[in-house]
Design a protein. Structure first.
Length: 167
């Protein structure tokens, strides 16, 4: 019996492990083609006895759409992403028109695009400014603390030329 560092049982032989974390399907690599954001479309809806009437987007949905168009995520959207988000805009309009039953579906759909900090963390999205801060560059543009305090030296009371406190 040999002794090794650590506690607990020895690891299993790799050939006997149940999980090997290998992909069952090979990954498909697609060519990315950035798509421009469409405008919210004009269309008609069936209003019952009144027949077809022009759909009016709620003002809040128009603002929401402009927010997505200007978001950092938008530069990574393909045409199918915009189509999915356009369908999501209809759900957003439904919620802002008073139908709260559509809110859970709206929440699930916007999460796929990284709507909140939690969603972006789950999707492993990070803003570039955060990358710079992690590298110690800071976001203020000023020197880092290490640079500001690099010339500070400790002075011992027994060194010549130092003043005694209170004297």
């Amino acid at each position: 019996m040999s002794t090794v560092a650590g506690t607990g049982p020895a690891p299993k032989d790799p050939s006997r492990r149940a999980r090997r974390n290998k992909d069952l399907q090979p990954q498909t690599i697609l060519r990315f083609e950035r798509a421009e954001a469409p405008e919210l479309p004009d269309f008609r809806i069936n209003a019952g006895e009144d027949g077809l009437v022009e759909f009016v987007w709620p003002e809040r949905t128009c603002e929401w759409w402009e927010t997505w168009k200007a978001s950092p995520q938008a530069e990574h959207f393909s045409s199918t992403d915009w189509e999915f988000l356009l369908d999501t805009a209809l759900i957003h309009a439904k919620v802002w028109s008073g139908d709260a039953s559509a809110a859970p579906e709206l929440r699930l759909r916007v999460a796929k695009f990284g709507a909140t900090m939690e969603d972006r963390a789950r999707l492993r999205m990070q803003f570039a400014q955060a990358d710079q801060a992690d590298a110690g560059q800071g976001s203020s543009g000023g020197p880092a603390a290490r640079e500001r305090y690099a010339k500070i030296r400790m002075i011992r009371p027994d060194q010549p030329g130092t003043a005694e406190p209170g004297g």
